[in-house]
Design a protein around this ligand. Structure first.
Ligand code: PAF
Length: 283
């Protein structure tokens, strides 16, 4: 595995692979890697000849009250994990490389249909930062495919919109959520939960499954299902930011009677840790 931090070196290494006709796969990350990231690498290895993982803690997707400086940076462990996973290249750029005019002053990409909803409402500017850094990574790597986890469902839709609207020839592959045995979606934030909280957090996935079952098995209004799901989380000691059923394609409000191709999305706090999860509800 090659570790590269300079853009010019990355471009020249990838040009050789491209000239040799190899398909390039990209897995963007912010590091602090866990088994969920490992699954993204495995999927990329199945679809591309050369897999590039990027490890970059992106300042522009953090709000003023979110601690960019304290985000865990575990570069050596990340490199070891990526090497074990069979990744070919890890790109670990500096902030100066990614934001030559400074992270506050450069271009921003805004995806207007999605940026203000749900996570974007709670974290203003977050998706502008995500769309901007992902566009830059696409330009630097020039991948044929890129893999994103379904866990960050809204981010996945933002990236798909970015690719469609900028006419990029990149296939976006979404990876299923990797879960702990109690259903808790794997996330870097889980390390801040104690054992008791980690066990309790399994309720989020249970609630999503109950929502799916109620949609399929009854004519109850979706709003009743949402309200009772939120109450169940509160009873379990969580503080929900949102519990909602949306159209899976664009996160719009479902029309009345529309009970298929939905996604259930939850964001809830457990102590000081904010957790997000979702479940596709096709039928
Ligand atoms: O999902 C993440 O880790 C980040 O949002 C991403 C896509 C790497 C952009 O910084």
């Amino acid at each position: 595995m090659q570790t590269i931090s300079a853009a010019v070196e990355l471009r020249s290494v990838l040009a050789e692979h491209r000239n040799a006709g190899r398909r390039i796969g990209l897995v963007p990350t912010m590091g602090n890697l866990h088994a969920g990231h490992r699954s993204l690498i495995d999927i990329a290895l199945g679809q591309a000849d050369v897999v590039v993982a990027t490890v970059f803690v992106n300042p522009t997707q953090f709000g003023p009250n979110e601690d960019f400086a304290r985000y865990p940076r575990t570069g050596a462990d990340d490199e070891a994990m990526l090497e074990r996973a069979g990744c070919h290249i890890v790109f670990m750029p500096t902030v100066q490389t990614m934001y030559p005019f400074g992270s506050e002053h450069g271009i921003r990409i805004h995806v207007p249909s999605l940026a203000h909803l749900l996570e974007g409402a709670v974290r203003p500017g977050h998706f502008d930062g995500v769309a901007t850094v992902v566009a830059k990574l696409f330009n630097l790597v020039g991948p044929d495919i890129a893999v994103f986890g379904r866990k960050d469902y809204q981010q996945l839709l933002v990236v798909r919109a970015l690719v469609a609207d900028l006419c990029l020839a990149i296939t976006i592959i979404d990876a299923p959520i990797v879960r702990a045995p109690n259903g808790l979606a794997l996330s870097s934030r889980n390390q801040y939960l104690d054992d008791e909280q980690r066990a309790r957090a399994g309720v989020i996935h249970e609630v999503l499954e109950e929502m799916r079952d109620r949609i399929g098995g009854s004519d109850e209004p979706l709003s009743t299902i949402e309200i009772e799901a939120a109450q169940r989380l509160v009873h379990a000691g969580l503080q929900p930011d949102y519990v909602t059923l949306r159209r899976a394609a664009d996160l719009g409000d479902p029309h009345s009677g529309h009970r298929h191709d939905l996604v259930g999305l939850i964001a809830a706090r457990l102590g000081s840790v904010r957790l997000i999860d979702n479940l596709l509800m096709p039928r």
